[in-house]
Design a protein. Structure first.
Length: 370
């Protein structure tokens, strides 16, 4: 069988399983994107003049003074020594983990961690321990075994708000566990950045745990509505990444035109307590509106998964919701474990309560047995 024939056969198999992916332009009310604070519709930046210095890596001619300012502001926002801009959240996670974790090290990873964390740990070639989702007792079992091995560093990697389950990690307890066993804690704050804390820094900052973590990873393309991502930590960590992170060294830098957009986004988000309050109020309101004994909602936040189990049902319900004006997509394996296909509903600060009420009524109609 030729390469093309193998590809066609595999794509046909995905179609039969209702797992074939296609790119589709969104229509209807947005309940799918990660625009949690609603900045995409309100953010209308003007064109900004800047030298075209984004055509090389930052270590060659791709660096621009605007990134020094952005990184300084980011570090100040998070109360940290330093920050470094990366091209995307995926490359930030993978680049961080492959740069600081060695093959002789040990790393614990929550079983529901994002693909970028999984790939980074895998590429590090360290001994890995996958602990059951949010099960700190299981994690401690692994740590007890790991610390008996000398000449290795131990790491714990987690998300602060899980993107497919909508649940918060008990970061205080996790930080205490890491400290007790001498492990380094790394937290992916992608879905929490902008949405927690007095100035929106995320869960680590909200809980006052900055000194307890080795690094946090944040994206701009979710609540901040601007391209790129960044890593926050010590000055030493930043220097190590600049000198060793292949994802930074061998990647063309972001265009400097994005720099002023980052500064605008930071100015906006740090002052937007009203937006954060509306986001959490909308989340509570929708959860209360959709609650029904036949409908199981996971998590407790503005990411609201409704697990249906069957792939076909998830696809059919999502299609009906789209036809009724709600942009909601089905999430199926391998993005989630087999048998847990779901609707993933993303609540935004700028959602109108009447739309939330109408969506809740429609979901109850479709999922409640007659």
């Amino acid at each position: 069988m030729s390469l093309a024939d193998r590809w066609r056969a595999e794509l046909c198999r995905l179609q039969e399983q209702r797992r074939y992916r296609q790119l589709a332009v969104g229509s209807g009310i947005d309940f799918t994107s990660n625009d949690y604070l609603g900045y995409t519709s309100r953010f209308q930046p003007t064109m900004i003049s800047a030298p075209p210095s984004g055509t090389a890596s930052r270590l060659l001619r791709g660096h621009h003074p605007v990134w020094d300012e952005v990184e300084s502001r980011l570090a100040q926002w998070h109360g940290a020594e330093a920050a470094i801009i990366m091209n995307s959240g995926y490359t930030a996670n993978e680049g961080l983990l492959t740069t600081i974790i060695r093959p002789e090290d040990w790393v614990a990873s929550d079983e529901h961690n994002h693909a970028s964390l999984i790939d980074g740990i895998r590429a590090s070639r360290a001994q890995k321990f996958i602990y059951r989702h949010q099960d700190l007792n299981h994690l401690e079992d692994g740590l007890r075994q790991a610390v008996r091995v000398s000449d290795r560093e131990c790491f714990i990697v987690t998300e602060s708000l899980f993107s497919m389950d909508g649940d918060l990690t008990p970061l205080r307890e996790l930080a205490e566990l890491a400290d007790r066993y001498g492990a380094h804690l790394i937290v992916d704050e992608a879905h929490a950045t902008g949405c927690f804390g007095i100035t929106g820094g995320g869960r680590v900052d909200e809980l006052g745990l900055r000194a307890s973590v080795l690094a946090t990873v944040h994206t701009g393309g979710k609540a901040l509505a601007v391209g790129g991502a960044y890593i926050v930590g010590s000055r030493l960590l930043r220097d190590w990444l600049v000198n060793h992170c292949r994802h930074l060294i061998y990647t063309t830098a972001l265009p400097p035109l994005l720099g002023p957009l980052w500064l605008t986004a930071l100015e906006r988000v740090t002052k937007d307590n009203e937006g954060r309050q509306r986001l959490h109020e909308n989340s509570r309101f929708f959860r209360q509106s959709v609650q029904h004994e036949q409908i199981s909602l996971l998590g407790s936040q503005y990411i609201i998964p409704i697990v249906l189990g069957d792939d076909r049902q998830a696809v059919n319900v999502a299609r009906t919701l789209q036809q009724r004006g709600f942009d909601i997509r089905p999430i199926r394996p391998p993005s989630v474990p087999p048998g847990t296909a779901r609707l993933r509903i993303s609540i935004h600060a700028d959602h109108d309560p009447s739309d939330l009420r109408r969506l809740a009524a429609t979901i109850r109609e479709l999922l409640t047995p007659s």
